[in-house]
Write a protein that binds this ligand. Structure first.
Ligand code: NAD
Length: 499
């Protein structure tokens, strides 16, 4: 067990700057309008730094730097870019604990997660796309005796990326690694709730890239995000966030006829067929762990298994078992590696979740455990903590249909296979799902029948770099990760040559 010192303490591994500027053209650049906003840590609720409040003028400056850098960067060979991406991964690995503590302090999540999952996964994304870009081949095909077709992969040029606050470094990496591997220059806008850890990352890896290839402009959605997404100077906008914001991003992109990648919200079903309880064994333990994944990352995961679907014949016994397991989720100092659940990322999010706890009760749902904020005492009293909560109710309730984005699962029952699939698909969203059955046939058929881009079968919440991820229905457009991601950051040039 390790308890990391809080930033601000002399023993802390992380020395945050008290004031952060934008990262543009390889330098720290003051905001044109000279404004900054305060950034609190959700762990104590106290402000620990202030951050440049970007506007259209700052976005323009970042686009100038990106356009200056893009042509030369786009001409580098895949092998050269692969070396740089691997160097970034190495630098991150050397600073794993620094990044993990920075991410925990900025976002509130448990250091156990940032240390063992978020940052190692982010590192792996750089390594994966370093390999992927070298393996990618162009094509030459003979059309007839006198004609050949060459196909070249070309970068798009300058791309815009906008990310949310739930996995700041990982979400940045999901977007940066393929974009940079493909030879694009990037302007990235982090979420205003979690700007600091990405700036720590920029400070660590910035010198490994040519100036202007990576630019980070902080600020609020309407002030900095919208001018970026609306700019005629980007060739693509990649966005992760709420479905309502995604609609706006599509409208902006349509003005300039540029492609979008949209990774949006979810209300993912986690389905447990009756055979999960056939024996009290390792498989059943795994299924219980799979159920408690609703509390992973404080439930602030787009694929949070926020709807538990239990076959009616096992529902009562299964719920007894998972309530007991949920109550053993350790809650303490997020910088203690024993702690499993940290703080919600912002006060707004904390208030939103509390309002859904009220809504669930008003709708008549039964609270099986949790259902209230979690005062952790001492210096953590000002932090934003919620107890993992299990509701039992009906799929028509708002707590089953709306994204709460907290450690809250709403459980209902189904009678048979068809009923399970009907309830699972009775949602606007289609991002993730879980299926648990010892019977391969049932699991396979359910996996195919659920309308979601990612279905975990007998596991939940693995995110390997080489598995395609993205949404059906209102959960988004396009995919991230996997080799196919390179296509989203490249265009194909065809040369049809006659001899
Ligand atoms: P959000 O849409 O409010 O904000 C996301 C980002 O968009 C932020 O950087 C914000 O500043 C920016 N933004 C807001 N308004 C904008 C505008 N008009 N123009 C341009 N940019 C704008 O979302 P959030 O609350 O930060 O994130 C939570 C949401 O993200 C949830 O719905 C969650 O499901 C979703 N999410 C999806 C995935 C996925 O891969 N599908 C992953 C993580 C989070």
């Amino acid at each position: 067990m390790v308890v990391y010192a809080s930033p601000g303490h002399p023993d802390s591994l992380v020395k945050f700057q008290s004031r952060y500027q934008h990262y543009i053209g390889g330098e720290w650049v003051a905001p044109v309008k000279g404004q900054y906003f305060e950034n609190p840590t959700p762990i104590t609720g106290k402000v620990f730094c202030e951050v440049a409040r970007g506007t259209a003028e700052d976005i323009d400056a970042a686009l100038d730097a990106a356009h200056a850098a893009a042509p030369a960067w786009g001409r580098t060979s895949p092998a050269e870019r692969a070396v740089i991406l691997n160097n970034i991964a190495d630098r991150m690995e050397q600073n794993l604990e620094v990044l993990a503590v920075a991410e925990t302090w900025d976002n509130g999540k448990a250091v156990r997660e940032t240390l063992n999952a978020d940052i190692p996964l982010a590192i792996d994304h750089f390594r994966y796309f370093a390999g992927a870009i070298r393996a990618q081949e162009g094509g030459l095909s003979q059309i007839n005796e006198d004609m050949v077709a060459y196909h070249f992969h070309e970068p798009l040029g300058v791309v815009g990326q906008i990310i949310p606050w739930n996995f700041p470094i990982l979400m940045a990496t999901w977007k940066l690694a393929p974009a940079l591997a493909a030879g694009n220059a990037v302007v990235l806008k982090p979420a205003e709730q979690t700007p600091a850890s990405i700036l720590v990352l920029a400070g660590l890896i910035g010198d490994l890239l040519p100036p202007g290839v990576l630019n980070i402009v902080n600020g609020f959605g309407a002030e900095a995000g919208a001018p970026l997404a609306k700019s005629p100077r980007i060739r693509k906008i990649a966005f992760t966030g709420e479905t309502t914001t995604g609609r706006l991003i599509m409208q902006y992109a349509s003005e300039n006829i540029i492609p979008v990648t949209l990774e949006l919200g979810g209300k993912s079903p986690n389905i447990f067929f009756e055979d999960v309880m056939a024996k009290d064994d390792a498989y059943f333990d795994k299924a219980k762990e799979g159920f408690t994944m609703f509390a992973l990352n404080q439930g602030e995961v787009c694929t949070c298994p926020s709807r538990g679907l239990l076959q009616a014949s096992i529902a009562d016994d299964f719920l007894d078992a998972v309530v007991e397991r949920t109550e053993r989720i350790t809650r303490g100092n997020p910088l203690d590696t024993n702690t499993m659940i940290g703080a919600q990322a912002s006060n707004d999010q904390f208030e939103k979740i509390k309002s859904y706890l009220d809504i669930g009760r008003q709708e008549g749902a039964q609270v099986l455990t949790g259902g209230e904020p979690d005062d952790r005492g001492g210096e953590f009293s000002g932090g934003f903590y919620i107890k993992p909560t299990i509701f039992r109710g009906d799929n028509s309730m708002r707590i089953f249909q709306e994204e709460i984005f907290g450690p809250v699962v709403s459980v209902t029952t189904f009678t048979d296979f068809d009923d399970a699939i009907r309830i699972a698909n009775d949602t606007l969203y289609g991002l993730g799902a879980g299926v648990w059955s010892r019977d391969g046939n049932t699991a396979y058929r359910a996996g195919r029948a659920i309308q979601a881009g990612r279905v975990w079968v007998n596991n939940y919440h693995a995110y390997p770099a080489h598995a395609a991820f993205g949404g059906y229905k209102s959960s988004g457009i396009g995919r991230e990760n996997h080799l196919m991601m390179l296509d989203h950051y490249q265009q194909t040039k065809n040369l049809l040559v006659s001899y």
